[in-house]
Write a protein that binds this ligand. Structure first.
Ligand code: ADP
Ligand code: ZN
Length: 726
């Protein structure tokens, strides 16, 4: 028997399949989808078996060395899903498989055993043998103690270790057994399911009636309307049928509270899956899923690839989140994967959001997706009052960070012993450092980007490549003491708030304060327990969290997000602000939101003020229609990059010219233009954008280009189908 083995080749992860002979002793364990180790030149490397044949090979082939990670394999479904990713995103098959698998399974990984083994010791059941040892050998005192302990039952070996135990094991008085254990053992507090209200019930019923159809539902429910409760009821139904469910959440900061609710409801029937688990933890969760030990998987983007055999429903919570798209190769979107799996398993996909993506809403309006709505908040809770404050007036009063109105509201809230949340969507202290004498601005030497000042470490840091320098008071250019900083970041706001409200407890939540494992959970728990009065954070605090005592939300600088030069910035700003506004007044305490802006008349902000998702949708759609952007067309973004400016500018022009020549249908080709930022980590970047409604020719043209450049050492061509930003 022979196996075709797909291996990773070179840094660009090219596909290469080689044929190997399966030696007799491995015939029973080598299967399609298994990870095997094979000889490759003088090395030993890993690969996936993609097919097996008994056709005699004309040339002499080498033997497979061994099967790696014996418990895990790519099943048929994932093998074909990988081919779909390859086709959809123009990546290599091997990188599709690599993306789908946890580290323990990746071919590049050579560590073989991730299982966590617990060793137990117990007394030999042959009591004559034990007694004889105790009497004849006059067991030492320590040994007698161990024997006594074990008379009450088995123990973990590590609790008893030592020379005495070893002697007992050597003499077969004590025996040991190895048990595979899991690292994550959820703590469960029982939580009753709520009975659904009328709106929830209606949505639930509609979906439950279609559990055997591959259909997409949009559950559009305002913040706090009880979407999660609907998900949990749906999952219960699916589990009752003996099937499994996948529920995706956008990021780990959200999962803490949701995961807890899922554990409480479903106990150890839940596996969690997200990027901050250790490799060993991921291995465990993956194995639980493969072995069919759990029915519910909760996780971030890559959890869509978990090897579930009988999938009954896929839920994508906060479907508008950009985290569902991977922003490096392969650039897949979890929704496309979900739809593919839903076709395969004949099961529904439920998309939930308070602010669905424009494309999603447009599909719902056209009945491509089934539209379901939750318009009311649960119980007595209502949506908060939203006010916009004109910061150009405040600047005259020297209110640079907080307006009068926000200051008064903060004091009010604190005096009532309630909590305040302040959003400032920039980490660090300030965003621009400039010399007042000569105008010098600190920029990253490797990127086309200003450095951000981080006061706590007194560093200037590039948020693209990580370049860091210590800040000096003197200008590196003119040597004068004129360095001044502009722009607001979370650190500066924190410093100001701490000074302004010295007797209150302040916490900052951004990627800098939550980089350590477990720190998210700690901060979230502390906020829940009201150990803090004021929470300052980036968009991280905006989403999904449910704190009953937060009644005031302040948006320090709403223009930050509006000013991003991208066709989605209006949509994204509405979504961010509506989400953060939704954190206020989630229980019976009424909530208030204050948005500070230099553009108080801005349309998007005013749609946020009136909680008018549909108004914002209609407005954005009219702009998209006029400017020909999705959902009125499809986009593909090409990025051409190189360390050599000259090379990249020549090649980008060649590529655009080629596309203009071969794409004779209605495709619009924009560019090449310099990408933003133009330089990252000493690599220069140009962008080309394709806009099209239908094109037969694009796929072939891009495949040609991809082949042309994949072996080019100097130029990288990156193809992003349905990009989130261009
Ligand atoms: P969403 O996900 O739409 O923001 P959640 O599902 O988090 O809303 O619900 C908001 C709060 O209301 C949660 O604390 C939840 O436990 C509670 N809740 C949800 N549904 C019900 C219900 N039918 N009866 C009572 N409380 C509910
Ligand atoms: Zn940099």
């Amino acid at each position: 028997m022979y196996a075709n083995v797909l291996v990773q080749y070179g840094v660009k992860s090219l596909d290469h399949t080689f044929t190997y002979h399966i030696p007799d002793e491995l015939v029973s364990s080598v299967e399609v989808g298994r990870k095997v180790s094979v000889p490759f030149g003088s090395q030993k490397i890993n690969g996936f078996v993609v097919s097996i044949t008994d056709k005699k090979q004309d040339i002499e082939v080498k033997d497979i060395i061994d099967v790696v990670t014996k418990e895990l394999k790519l099943n048929d479904e994932l093998l074909s899903l990988g081919r779909y990713i390859q086709e959809k995103t123009f990546c290599s098959l091997i990188s599709a498989y690599q993306t789908m698998l946890p580290t323990s399974m990746k071919v590049s990984n050579s560590k073989e055993d991730y299982s966590l083994k617990k060793v137990y010791v117990y007394l030999n059941s042959d009591s004559a043998l034990v007694d004889e040892y105790v009497h004849k050998h006059q067991a030492a005192k320590k040994q007698l103690e161990i024997i006594d302990i074990l008379r009450n039952g088995e123990c973990l070996k590590k609790d008893l270790n030592g020379a005495s135990l070893r002697a007992l094991l050597d003499n077969f008085v004590v025996c040991e057994r190895v048990q595979e254990a899991y690292r994550i053992n959820p703590l469960k507090e029982d939580e009753e399911a709520y009975s659904l209200n009328d709106e929830q019930e209606k949505a639930f019923k509609t979906i439950v009636n279609c559990l055997d159809e591959s259909r997409v539902f949009l559950l559009h429910g305002i913040t706090g309307s009880g979407k999660t409760e609907v998900y949990m009821h749906l999952i219960s139904e699916v589990v009752k049928k003996g099937q499994c469910a996948i529920m995706l959440v956008p990021e780990i900061s959200l999962t803490t509270q949701i995961v807890k609710r899922f554990y409480n409801r479903f106990g150890d029937d839940v596996a969690i899956f997200h990027s901050s688990l250790s490799d060993g933890e991921k291995y465990d969760e993956y194995k639980k899923i493969m072995n069919g030990e759990v029915h519910v998987v909760v996780g971030t983007r890559s959890a869509i690839f978990t090897p579930i055999n009988d999938l009954g429903i896929i839920i994508i919570d906060e479907e508008h989140s950009s985290n569902y798209k991977q922003d490096n190769n392969p650039r897949y979107h979890a929704l496309d994967m979900a739809k593919w799996r839903s076709d395969y398993h004949k099961c529904p996909v439920v998309l939930g959001s308070a602010t669905p993506k424009l494309e999603t809403m447009a599909r719902a309006k056209k009945d491509v997706y089934t539209y379901l709505e939750l318009k009311k908040r649960i119980g007595a809770s209502v949506l908060p009052d939203v006010k916009i404050v004109d910061m150009s007036q405040e600047i005259r009063k020297r209110n640079l960070i907080l307006s009068d109105e926000l200051q008064v509201s903060i004091m009010d809230t604190l005096e009532k012993d309630e909590q305040v949340m302040l959003l400032i969507n920039r980490r660090g202290y300030s965003t621009i450092m400039t010399c007042l004498s000569c105008g010098y601005t600190y920029k990253c030497p490797h990127c086309d980007i200003s450095l951000t000042y981080h006061k706590s470490s007194n560093h200037l840091r590039c948020h693209y490549c990580g370049y860091t320098v210590i800040k000096s008071d003197r200008c590196p250019n003119c040597k004068e003491d004129g360095i001044s900083d502009y722009g607001l970041g979370t650190e500066k706001v924190e410093e100001f708030i701490k000074k302004q409200y010295p007797s209150y407890r302040v916490v900052r939540m951004d990627t800098d304060t939550t980089s350590r494992k477990g720190s998210h959970e700690k901060i979230i728990r502390a906020i829940e327990n009201h150990e803090y009065d004021i929470v300052i954070g980036t968009q991280m605090i905006a989403k999904g969290l449910d704190f009953k005592k937060v009644t005031l939300v302040g948006v320090i600088n709403a223009d930050e997000s509006l000013n991003i030069p991208d066709f989605r910035s209006g949509e994204n700003t509405f979504s961010l602000l509506a989400q953060v506004a939704g954190r206020a007044g989630r229980s019976d305490l009424p909530g208030k939101v204050i948005i500070q802006s230099f553009n108080p008349d801005n349309k998007t902000l005013n749609f946020v003020r009136t909680h008018d998702y549909i108004g914002n949708y209609a407005y954005e759609m009219s702009v998209r229609k006029m400017l020909k952007y999705p959902p009125y067309c499809y986009l593909i973004s090409l990025k051409v990059s190189s360390k050599s400016y000259d090379d990249v500018s020549v090649e980008a022009n060649k590529i655009a010219a080629y596309l203009r020549r071969v794409l004779t249908d209605e495709t619009i080709i924009l560019g090449p233009t310099t990408a933003s930022p133009f330089k990252i980590n000493n690599v220069y970047r140009f962008g080309i954008v394709l806009k099209y409604r239908k094109s037969e020719q694009i796929k072939e043209a891009l495949e040609f280009l991809d082949k042309e450049y994949v072996l080019n050492k100097s130029i990288t061509l990156d193809i992003d189908v349905d990009p989130l930003r261009i």
